[in-house]
Ligand binder design. Structure first.
Ligand code: P6P
Length: 338
C-alpha cells in the first residue's frame, strides 16, 4: 500500500523536527488546534459539494458586518469554524470576517495561548456560479499578559504569525499551510476523508507568465500600476504575459503560488485603502508567499510589517514571484525597471 502522510502526521513530524532542531517543546496543542480547522473545512467542503441540491445557495437574507448579503454558506462556514475551534481550550480568541467583534473565551493565559483569525468563506460572491471559493486562516500566539492585552495580541504584525493557511474548494479540495518551516499542500481524499500530502515544500517560481488583477478598476489606480501592466504586456520582463483573474482570492493566489506571476489588488478610486483584509486575507497569504520564496507588499512596504489598527482593516495587496515583484517595487518607487 502506498504510504500516505496526512496533515496531522505532517504537523506532528514538523513539531518533532522543531524539537530536534531547537530543543523547544512544541506541545501537541498546535496539532490539536489544526485538527479543529481541518474538521471545520471538511464540514464546509461537504456542504459546498452539494450546495445546489440542498437550497443552501442564495442569500441568507441577513447582512454581515461588511454590509454584504450573507450567503447561507458563509453563515454555515463561520458557524463550523467557531464551533470546532471554540471547543479547543488552547484558543483565547476567534476573529472572523463575518463577526464585527472577536469571540473571546475567558481562558487563563496559560491555557488559552492561541488566537485564530479567519475568513470562513472567501469569494462568496462566486458561490452561486460554482467557482472555487476558499477558507483562509492565520494563527497568532497570545502575548504574555504583562506584554499586552488580548486585543493587542490580536493586532500583532503579520511577521508574528505562528501559522497560516488556506483551503481552496475546487475540482479537488486542497489545504496549503506553513508554520514557518516551508509551505506544504494536502489534497482531501474523499475516500478516506483525510487531507493527504500532495505538494511537499512548495516553491513559487522565480518568474511566471500571468498577471492577475481586476482591470475594470484600472482608471482608479495610481498611474504607476497602469505603467507596470503596460511594461509586462510589452515584454518588459523578457516574456509574454497572459491575464488570469478568477475574482476569488484563494483561487487566484493558489495559481500564483503554483505557476508564479503576480496578483494585484491596488488602491482604487472606490477603495483608496484597498479592498482586501489585512488580518485574514493579506497576512496569511503573505506569510505563505514569503515561505515559498515569493514577495508580498501593499505597494509601499512588506505586508507582514504593517501594524494593524483594526481587525477588519483593508490593505492594497501585491503578491507574487520575486522577478515580477522586484519590477513592481522599482516601478512604484519611480526607478527604471532593470
Ligand atoms: P473584485 C471576493 O469577493 C473577494 O473578497 C476576493 O476573494 C477577491 O479577490 C476580490 O474580492 C475580488 O474583488 O473587486 O475584483 O470583484
Amino acid at each position: 500500500m502506498a504510504m500516505i502522510t496526512t496533515v496531522q502526521q505532517h504537523i506532528l513530524q514538523q513539531q518533532q523536527e522543531l524539537l530536534r532542531s531547537t530543543g523547544c517543546e512544541a506541545s501537541g496543542t498546535f496539532s490539536w488546534l489544526l485538527s479543529g480547522i481541518t474538521l471545520a473545512t471538511k464540514m464546509i467542503e461537504a456542504k459546498i459539494r452539494s450546495a445546489g441540491l440542498s437550497d443552501v445557495l442564495g442569500a441568507a437574507g441577513a447582512e454581515n458586518v461588511q454590509g454584504e448579503q450573507q450567503q447561507k454558506l458563509d453563515v454555515y462556514a463561520n458557524q463550523a469554524l467557531l464551533h470546532c475551534l471554540g471547543l479547543r481550550d488552547s484558543v483565547a480568541a476567534l476573529v472572523s470576517e463575518e463577526d464585527e467583534q472577536p469571540v473571546t473565551f475567558n481562558r487563563d493565559a496559560e491555557t488559552g495561548r492561541y488566537i485564530i483569525v479567519f475568513d470562513p468563506l472567501d469569494g462568496s460572491s462566486n458561490i452561486d456560479v460554482n467557482v472555487n471559493v476558499g477558507t483562509i486562516f492565520s494563527v497568532l500566539r497570545r502575548m504574555p499578559a504583562e506584554l499586552g492585552t488580548l486585543e493587542e495580541s490580536i493586532l500583532q504584525q503579520g511577521f508574528r504569525q505562528v501559522a497560516a493557511g488556506y483551503v481552496v474548494y475546487g475540482p479537488s479540495t486542497v489545504l496549503v499551510y506553513t508554520t514557518g518551516n516551508g509551505v506544504h499542500g494536502f489534497t482531501l481524499d474523499p475516500k478516506i476523508g483525510a487531507f493527504v500530502l500532495s505538494h511537499e515544500r512548495m516553491q513559487m517560481p522565480e518568474q511566471g507568465s500571468y498577471y492577475s488583477t481586476n482591470e475594470a478598476n484600472a482608471a482608479g489606480w495610481p498611474q504607476e500600476y497602469r505603467s507596470y501592466l503596460a511594461m509586462l504586456r510589452d515584454g518588459g520582463l523578457g516574456k509574454a504575459y497572459s491575464s488570469r483573474y478568477i475574482g476569488s482570492l484563494v483561487a487566484d493566489f493558489h495559481r500564483t503560488l503554483l505557476k508564479g506571476g503576480v496578483f494585484l489588488y491596488p488602491p482604487t478610486a472606490k477603495q483608496p485603502k484597498g479592498k482586501l483584509r489585512l488580518l485574514y486575507e493579506a497576512n496569511p497569504l503573505a506569510f505563505i508567499a514569503e515561505q515559498a520564496g515569493g514577495v508580498a507588499t501593499n505597494g509601499a512596504g512588506r505586508i507582514l510589517d504593517i501594524r494593524p489598527e483594526g481587525i477588519h482593516q483593508r490593505t492594497p495587496l501585491c503578491v507574487g514571484s520575486r522577478r515580477e515583484m522586484e519590477a513592481l517595487t522599482a516601478t512604484l518607487s519611480g526607478a527604471a525597471v532593470s
